[in-house]
Design a protein around this ligand. Structure first.
Ligand code: BES
Ligand code: MN
Ligand code: ZN
Length: 480
């Protein structure tokens, strides 16, 4: 989709549709909204969409009145959803060119970026492999605006949303078409395109490094593992920090020998969503050029119950030297992340964020609305929470106290890979903490938020791309 800026008045813009926000309780109305509000037909409630045709004085063929809710609650995140919902309605009607005019009170650069993001995210449909239905999508989205920084803001929005759709494409790819080797190839290609460093560690290199926890998970599959490393280096930096983004890349999670029930197992293709978000984040970072070095680490494996699969009770040695009793082969994400976190630290990362579809327990705790956030460092936690808030990616802090460590006791090894029945998301995070050690680190459990089971008016069913925008903002706003 083409993104452009229109400098002429909204009423004069040639388009198939002009999107106009309508606020609850607003007195002054433009473009045919006044009559409908007076008659009680529309109220301006959030995401209420009303399509008008041939509005007098408007050059666009249609006007879409887009309910924006209460003006004081209308954040950039709300606008992103609203434009996305509007675009999803219009694309279904074979509309090709859409223009949008922000209202004067909500027209700053954050709003412009959010509108562009909404358009690109809403225009996305995970239908790459459908051959029958004709694909309807918008060709062009224009923001009407003459304010300062509009172009830059629109461009930032485009970069972020296209990176997010790139992540969504990766996540949506079925596991037969995207085993670890293919995920690595996709990362390599992306890195070459955007001038990023890229190295993919193969099995023999991981063996030499002593990544026993990762290799234990991988050994049940005929697909070889891959550890993707992608580096962004700023042209000039005075920063002493180096941000490491570590993402779980389980291209399919059967559970291994501790096998999962059949129902819903098809969704386990999205068990690499954390890794895909890191690859997408660094794609955007390469274009937006923050002042600090950032490296993404994505351990990719397939968790299968093959004849060489690890067994419950097996004891593996992680790269840090710690021994782990694998009490449940389905708690595999933490095993591969353990080695990746240690590797990231050895590569010089001073700060770490990981994202992983790690536990069903986080979905029990927070539902599908909030990412579970865990950290060993208050300042780091606050940085990530602040970035998340600005981006409208909801995250909720969870406890990570030393007392929980007891839950991970093993009779025969340094630690077990599962805790007991309770606090499953916390014990998983506690396990990772053993490998992040003293490095300031945030763990994001995205099992409930990386994937939408049912489409929303503003987002297609399937991968969401979370928490990419938060990570990019974290890097952009980094100060030592
Ligand atoms: N990938 C799953 C977690 C998951 C569950 C993601 C549901 C998305 C939706 C993870 O590898 C897993 O299987 N976790 C187990 C851990 C348990 C064995 C301690 C779980 O949550 O059941
Ligand atoms: Mn699992
Ligand atoms: Zn998993």
């Amino acid at each position: 989709m083409q993104i452009s800026i229109e400098k002429q008045p909204a009423a004069e813009v040639q388009a198939d549709a002009l999107i106009v926000p309508v606020f609850e309780g607003a007195k002054e109305m433009r473009f045919g909204a006044a009559d409908l509000v007076d008659s009680g037909e529309i109220a301006g409630k959030s995401l209420e969409l009303t399509l008008l045709h041939h509005v007098p004085g408007v050059a666009a063929t249609r006007v879409l009145l887009a309910g924006a809710g209460k003006p004081e609650k209308f954040t950039a995140a709300e606008l992103r959803k609203l434009v996305a919902a509007a675009v999803r309605l219009l694309r279904g009607k074979s509309v090709k060119k859409v223009a949008f005019e922000p209202d004067p009170d909500h027209s700053g650069t954050d709003y412009v970026s959010a509108a562009v993001e909404g358009a690109i995210l809403g225009n996305y449909e995970p239908d790459r492999l459908k051959t029958a239905d004709p694909k309807k999508s918008l060709d062009q989205f224009s923001v009407v605006g003459t304010g300062e920084g509009v172009e830059v803001a629109a461009e930032r929005g485009r970069i972020l949303a296209e990176a997010q759709n790139f992540t969504r494409d990766l996540v949506n790819e079925p596991a037969n078409l995207l085993p670890p080797s293919k995920m690595a190839a996709a990362a390599r290609q992306m890195a070459a395109e955007y001038g990023l460093l890229c190295e993919v560690l193969e099995q023999s290199q991981m063996e030499a490094l002593g990544m026993g926890a990762l290799l234990g998970v991988s050994q049940g599959s005929a697909e070889p593992p891959a550890l993707i490393v992608i580096g962004y280096r700023p042209a000039e930096t005075t920063s002493k920090s180096h941000l490491g983004l570590v993402g779980k890349g389980v291209t399919f999670d059967t559970g291994g020998i501790s096998i999962k029930p059949a129902e819903g197992m098809e969704k386990m293709k999205y068990d690499m969503a954390g890794g895909a978000a890191m690859i997408g984040a660094i794609r955007a970072i390469a274009q937006l050029k923050p002042p600090i070095p950032v490296t993404a680490f994505v351990p990719c494996v397939e968790n299968m119950p093959g004849s060489r699969a690890q067994r419950p009770g097996d004891i593996v040695t992680a790269m840090s030297g710690k021994t782990i009793e694998v009490l449940n082969t389905d708690a595999e994400g933490r095993l591969i992340l353990a080695d990746a976190l240690v590797y990231a630290r050895r590569q010089g990362c001073t700060h770490l964020v990981d994202a992983a579809t790690l536990t069903g327990a986080i979905v029990v705790a927070l539902g599908h609305l909030n990412v579970g956030l865990f950290s060993n460092d208050d300042a780091m936690r606050d940085r990530v929470l602040q970035a998340a808030k600005a981006e409208g990616e909801r995250m909720w802090p969870m406890p990570l106290e030393d007392d929980y460590k007891e839950y991970l006791k093993s009779a025969f090894a340094d630690l077990g890979n599962i805790g007991g029945r309770w606090g499953g998301a916390i014990t998983a995070a506690m396990f990772l903490k053993e490998f992040a050690e003293e490095t300031p680190w945030v763990h994001l459990d995205i099992a409930g938020t990386a994937y939408l089971d049912d489409a929303k008016p503003f987002l297609a069913k399937g991968p969401t791309g979370l928490p990419l925008r938060t990570l990019v903002r974290l890097a952009m706003e980094w100060r030592d």
